[in-house]
Design a protein around this ligand. Structure first.
Ligand SMILES: O=C(O)C1=C[C@@H](OP(=O)(O)O)[C@@H](O)[C@H](O)C1
Ligand SMILES: C=C(OP(=O)(O)O)C(=O)O
Length: 449
């Protein structure tokens, strides 16, 4: 079963050349934050370019349950917010579907209001760890009661008299950092987060945009973020940039399919997100940035990716992991076509995503004739070079959109293609993946059932 219905088996066959322009959807991380911060400000926030993937739609539904109005007005999403501290107690269970970002940020946003809410999700989300968020929320005075091991379904009772918190994140996680900052909004005084490794900083940037006072300082111990509590957030007009994590799929497909030349315009190159593109270039990919510019305070460029027959395996620096954490699955698909091994250390977090992504990719790559070694926090893909990747196996997508898309990209260059048992989860982050890739010239389709 996929997240929202029966499984949708999909096949990608050897394709190419891929040509044309790939207009990928809006950034998922920024879309969630636009809806949540819109709901926490008083007045009308207008959002264009919002990702209409299931994860974000589920966050929109949750914001309604907490009292905000969220609706679509033509191409614009409109949020009428209730203000910091203004959340109502939902009278229904909050179903965040497949989305770790959705549930963890919303838990943070409600944890310092005197209300209770019960959260659930699909089988994937209900198996993911939540203590990483409920531990710091307890310091504000919130209480959590969930299943064994800190899993959903879980009820959070928000703090009656929240205290500000100083917290050092024990894992590199923008979701944990963001949950603490969102909780800090309704606590008096300064909430401080220290993260040893910088993770995506969309919450900090957007909080400033909505009028919160946020100070970010790079220190020898890591990035120190200080938020002044109880601000009045002012509604904003937000143009969501396109998602580099979605751009990764047409970019990687073009790099490994013969004769390809694809333009992926308007991609955010925030350094906390752009690690994959640096890595691909180090591997020898023909990937260029055109028309580099700044938009809404973020570096943006058009990415141009061409077939790159001379890819070399490399060691990906561990300190780059946070800036490409969602891109390791598709990188491992590309690595299969490189000469030599690609070694990816420092990636324990991959084991607690929508699936255990090291295990899911290793199993599927092996079934397709690619050798993979793995340890708890590292893995190594032994590339076979072009012309020597047979493929032809069926892999399990494990309710994980990135696993499904990565194997479909892999199949576009493999002699016998590649089949995934369920492409349904792709709708969580990249609902137009199939028509977009088909328009570029890829052979990717739903199997007749
Ligand atoms: O904050 C965010 O928007 C996200 C943070 C990352 O998760 P972690 O915080 O668990 O690393 C990432 O994997 C996820 O896709 C989106
Ligand atoms: C990890 C991801 O998302 P989330 O944690 O929001 O489910 C992802 O989109 O790759």
């Amino acid at each position: 079963m996929s997240a929202h219905g029966p499984a949708i088996p999909m096949i990608a066959r050897k394709s190419g050349p891929l040509n044309g322009t790939a207009e990928v959807p809006g950034d998922k991380s920024i879309s969630h934050r636009a809806l949540i911060l819109g709901a926490l400000s008083v007045g009308e926030t207008r959002v264009t370019g919002l990702l209409e993937g299931q994860d974000v739609l589920d966050t929109g539904r949750a914001m309604r349950a907490f009292g905000a109005e969220v609706f679509r007005d033509g191409a614009t999403w409109v949020v009428h917010g209730v203000g910091v501290g203004g959340f109502m107690e939902p009278d229904q269970v909050i179903d965040c579907g497949n989305s770790g970002t959705g549930v963890r940020l919303i838990m943070g946003a409600m944890a310092t209001s005197p209300i209770a809410a019960t959260f659930t999700g699909d089988a994937s989300l209900n198996s993911r760890p939540m203590a990483r968020v409920t531990d710091p929320l307890a310091l504000f005075g919130a209480q959590a009661m969930g299943r064994t091991g800190g899993r959903l379904p879980m009820t959070i009772r928000g703090a009656e008299r929240p205290l500000p918190v100083r917290y050092e994140t024990p894992v590199p996680s923008a979701q944990v950092k963001s949950a603490v900052l969102l909780a800090g909004l309704n606590a008096p005084g300064e909430t401080v987060v220290l993260e040893a490794e910088a993770t995506r900083d969309h919450s900090e940037r957007m909080l400033v945009g909505f009028g919160a006072e946020v100070d970010v300082e790079d220190t020898p111990q890591g990035r120190l973020i200080t938020l002044q509590g109880r601000p009045e957030l002012h509604p904003q007009t937000i143009a969501v940039p396109r998602d580099p994590s979605s751009a990764a799929f047409p970019v990687c497909a073009a790099i490994i399919t013969e004769g390809s030349d694809v333009l992926v315009p308007n991609i955010g190159l925030n350094p906390t997100r752009a690690g994959l593109f640096t890595t691909l270039r180090e591997m020898g990919a023909d990937l260029t940035y055109e028309n580099e510019r700044e938009e809404g305070g973020e570096p943006v460029a058009d990415l141009r990716a061409r077939f790159s027959p001379d890819l070399k395996g490399i060691e990906v620096p561990a300190e780059r992991a946070a800036s490409m954490i969602d891109e390791y699955p598709v990188l491992s698909a590309v690595a299969a076509y490189a000469e030599g091994a690609t070694y990816m250390p420092g990636v324990k977090e991959l084991r607690v995503k929508e699936s255990d992504r090291i295990d899911a990719m290793a199993e599927g790559l092996r079934a397709n004739g690619i050798e993979v070694d793995e340890g708890e926090d590292w893995w190594r893909v032994h590339g076979r070079g072009f012309g020597d990747v047979t493929g032809g196996a069926t892999v399990a997508s494990r309710l994980d959109h990135r696993i499904a898309m990565s194997f479909l990209v892999f199949g576009m260059a493999a002699e016998k293609g590649c089949r995934v048992d369920d492409g349904g989860p792709i709708a969580t982050s990249f609902p137009i993946f199939e028509p977009l890739m088909t328009a570029l010239g890829a052979t990717v389709e739903r199997e007749a059932t």
